[in-house]
Design a protein around this ligand. Structure first.
Ligand SMILES: Cc1ncc(C[n+]2csc(CCOP(=O)(O)OP(=O)(O)O)c2C)c(N)n1
Ligand SMILES: [Mg+2]
Length: 809
């Protein structure tokens, strides 16, 4: 088995301070428990595949082999190591092991055991929001679940510094070894914000197999070096106690050298063999000393000896965990050498990733454990030593409830003033500075950015609140624009340029009410095009139920001089389509002020009377902003015309009429002028307004609608449609649309984003629609040059309106 011998810098037997709060149980008791965990995890998958008739011919699946390799490590963890405050991410394919453990602990009803991958049942991969038992971290997209506890620990360090220390939590990730191929792992490990977190432990299920294959070369030397260079404490648990004892015998060094040198594929093939065949395969190419050493070992003992890996030795795993506890100043990683399919007939088989035991093999396993069809799902006998121990663990791990809401009232608005033309990005910065003065709100605000804090207008906030550092750092700069004191009271967490890390951190800040018993108001900023760079982590956070604000800014081709690489076009669509995210794109200062305060009020759990957000809106908020200064007079005029109460309600609902053509030019009404809607969102509103003016001159009444949240409008439309579909009744027009689009008239949509994003409005209103937007990569230029290129100038909008009108007749 390739890879060096254990050279982790915490060697077994050299423990320093051991801070294990629990008493170790008898290893025989743990052994009994782990056999039951292995059985239940295997049978949970078996039942899903063999006991249930889905009727659709689609394979159910599940991962018996990937689960089995973690049974020892997770039994040791849950039944002899964890405290109530600890939080664990479980690798996706070990979901059956996790649920088997929760069941044995009494935290999961027996009825779920036959419901893996069934509707409303146990999820394929651990899910915070969907599983019936308490999952700390969702996993599924490999790499992300592994990194999440690291960012939860970053969050805890922040929470402890600001709100007083919580009971110590160990943030643990259990990951498959192939997860280390994912780049986000290394981005997380490399970021200075994650250094020195002694309460983090990663546990790698080092089965040297991925989905497709037995991994040919074992990269343990490389990984050890990389983690150590990043300041991590590395532990390798390579051999079990039985092999260690053999190595200690005279000549044992030859056995060890041979096992270390043996190709991984050869080693893994031993697990499928027995007797003489195993001996032959083991000794293929071996030096004579090895053959001599094993000559006296009977066939029946040779297999169990040479396959005795540390990751399947309970005692060795508990030692490894204790070594990590003894390192309070740096994160730890444990490489537990394991075998995929351990303890099952599929052990070590290169094609075992999706392999299932046959019904006969399951029957045999059941019989070996002394179980039958009546008793197979039973918990351990509560009067037995195993049952007594499990019960004590259940009590030790019981968690107190956590409060999700903050006891504060977020104001409806900060009253940000904007006499001159101003950009939404600048308003965003000003609103945050104002909120930093609000005694109720300020303590809970925390911002973060991947090296773009100044260029996204967070500087004002940071100058007021400082940058967070676990210990005070001396400042060497006198720059008055950039007073970035770094100390434990800072409220901005600065990250390196990794959008993955940004969204992973936002996701964890947004779950701090649960994982750190402290709700926060997290706000992140990112260049809008690079939202896509962190998209999987964005999804991960919102799938986990995290609540935060992210501002993508600047956005679109309005970032004209920057060129195609920096101009986002599909992000609006992403924001609109992401579940658990409310996408918002205001154009005017006061609208942004209202929307941002409302978003924070939702995150805080406070519900102001005027809020119109749907009850289902409990996720994150994505603000798409720009650096284009926009004249605020049209909004002031709409405010005067409609009044604050109605206007705010409409802005929050997603759209309002910025210009009413008949109010503006009453003669158009008298002349029964043709009507068209010009619907814009974000930076393009000045062009839309100019086009409306030109159309009025030509005798066409063009109402201008400013869409502040395409997402809320779309959801309102979908809600009424679905209602109609489900009840087979004619759907009504959603209220948010009806109040703004009172007349039936064709529409032109104008957006500095893919034209497709708003094109559905025609269907929603049942009228012709001409969607204008950006459907190609951008290039450098001035705003008007690029708007001309993409048909966003007033002249093109006028032509689009004429086209829409002609389509309507
Ligand atoms: C981002 C991502 N890519 C691909 C997959 C599909 N996939 C699931 S598990 C796996 C390999 C897992 O290997 P490893 O991490 O070693 O886990 P093991 O099953 O060996 O325990 C792959 C490719 C995924 N879940 N997520
Ligand atoms: Mg693996």
């Amino acid at each position: 088995m390739e890879g060096n011998t254990a050279t982790g810098d915490g060697r077994r037997g050299e423990r320093k301070v051991v801070n294990v709060t629990d008493v170790r149980p008898d290893l025989d008791v743990l052994e009994e428990i782990q056999q039951r965990v292995l059985w239940l995890a295997t049978r949970i998958v078996d039942a899903a595949n063999h006991d249930r008739d889905t009727g659709d011919g689609v394979k159910v699946g599940g991962h018996q082999a990937s689960s089995a390799s973690l049974v020892t490590a997770m039994t040791a963890l849950y039944f002899a190591h964890l405290d109530q405050a600890d939080r664990v991410a479980v690798k996706p394919h070990a979901s059956p092991v996790f649920h088997a453990i929760q069941y044995l602990l009494g935290n999961l009803d027996r009825s779920y055991l036959t419901q893996l991958r069934a509707r409303g049942g146990l999820q394929s991969y651990p899910s915070r929001t969907k599983d019936p038992d308490e999952v700390d971290f969702s996993t599924g997209s490999v790499g992300l679940g592994a990194a999440a506890p690291l960012f939860a620990a970053v969050t805890r360090r922040y929470v402890d510094a600001h709100f007083g220390p919580r009971p110590r939590t160990r943030f643990i990730a259990i990951l498959g070894d192939a997860e280390l191929d994912e780049g986000n792992i290394w981005e997380a490990v490399a970021d200075p914000a994650t250094t020195g977190l002694g309460n983090v432990m990663w546990l790698v299920d080092f089965n040297r197999q991925s989905l497709d294959r037995v991994v040919p070369g074992v990269r343990i030397d490389q990984w050890r070096g990389q983690f150590q260079a990043a300041g991590w404490h590395v532990v390798e648990v390579k051999y079990g106690r039985r092999l260690e004892a053999a190595y200690a015998r005279p000549g044992g060094q030859h056995l060890r050298a041979w096992i270390d040198a043996m190709p991984n594929e050869q080693y893994q093939s031993l697990f499928g063999l027995a007797g003489d065949a195993l001996r032959k395969q083991f000794l293929d190419d071996a030096p004579a000393e090895v053959e001599a050493f094993v000559a006296d070992i009977p066939d029946g003992e040779l297999g169990p000896l040479v396959t005795d890996l540390g990751g399947h030795d309970l005692d060795a795993m508990l030692d490894a965990y204790a070594q990590c506890d003894a390192e309070p100043d740096r994160p730890s990683i444990v490489f537990a050498y394991t075998i995929k399919g351990w303890g099952l007939p599929i052990a070590g088989n290169p094609r075992n990733h999706s392999a299932l035991l046959t019904v006969e093999q399951v029957d045999a396993f059941r019989g070996q454990l002394g179980l039958d069809r009546e008793t197979e799902w039973d918990r351990l006998d509560p009067a037995s030593p195993g049952g007594i121990w499990v019960n004590s663990r259940r009590e030790a791990l019981a968690r107190p409830p956590r409060e999700q809401a903050l006891p504060i009232t977020v104001p409806d608005a900060t009253g940000v003033r904007a006499a001159k033309p101003i950009s939404t990005q600048e308003v965003f910065g000003r609103v945050l500075v104002d909120l930093a003065r609000d005694e109720q709100v300020a303590p809970y605000l925390v911002t973060t950015a991947p090296d773009v804090a100044t260029s996204t207008n967070l500087a004002g906030f940071i100058n007021k609140t400082g940058v967070f550092a676990p210990t005070a750092q001396r400042s060497w700069s006198d720059d008055r624009m950039l007073r970035w004191a770094q100390d434990p009271s800072g409220q901005h967490i600065e990250l390196g340029i990794s959008e993955m890390n940004l969204f992973l951190l936002l996701g964890q800040l947004g779950l701090s009410w649960d994982l750190s018993a402290q709700p926060l108001l997290p706000i992140g900023t990112v260049y809008d095009p690079f939202v896509l760079r962190g998209l999987d982590a964005f999804l991960y956070g919102t799938y986990s139920g995290a609540r935060f604000v992210v501002a993508g800014t600047p956005s679109g081709i309005t970032l004209a001089p920057e060129g195609g690489a920096h101009q986002s076009t599909i992000t609006a669509s992403v924001g609109l389509e992401l579940p658990g995210v409310t996408f918002v794109e205001p154009a005017y200062a006061t609208a942004l002020d209202w929307l941002l305060c409302d978003a924070l009020a939702h995150i805080a759990g406070g519900r102001s009377e005027t809020t119109t957000a749907a009850p289902a809106e409990h996720g994150a908020y994505y603000f798409r902003l720009t650096t284009r200064p926009v004249d605020q007079a049209p909004f002031a005029a709409a405010r005067a015309r409609v009044g604050d109460a109605v206007l705010r309600r409409q802005v929050l609902a997603g759209a309002y009429r910025l210009v009413d053509a008949f109010d503006m030019s009453p003669e158009l009404r008298e002349a029964h002028a043709p009507v068209v809607y010009l619907v814009g969102s974000g930076a393009v509103l000045p062009e839309v307004l100019a086009a409306a003016g030109e159309l009025a001159d030509e005798g066409i009444a063009a109402h201008v609608v400013d869409v502040t949240s395409l997402d809320r409008l779309y959801r309102a439309w979908q809600r009424t449609l679905r209602q109609g579909v489900r009840t087979a009744t004619a759907p009504s027009v959603a209220g948010a649309l009806r109040s703004v689009f009172a007349e039936r008239a064709p529409v032109v949509t104008v957006h500095d984003a893919a034209s497709h994003t708003m094109a559905w409005l025609g269907s929603a209103l049942g009228v012709p629609c001409v969607p204008l937007g950006v459907d190609e990569f951008g290039q450098s230029g001035t705003v008007s040059e690029l708007y001309e290129l993409h048909d966003l100038l007033p002249g093109s909008i006028v032509n689009a309106a004429l086209a829409a009108l002609s389509l309507a007749t």
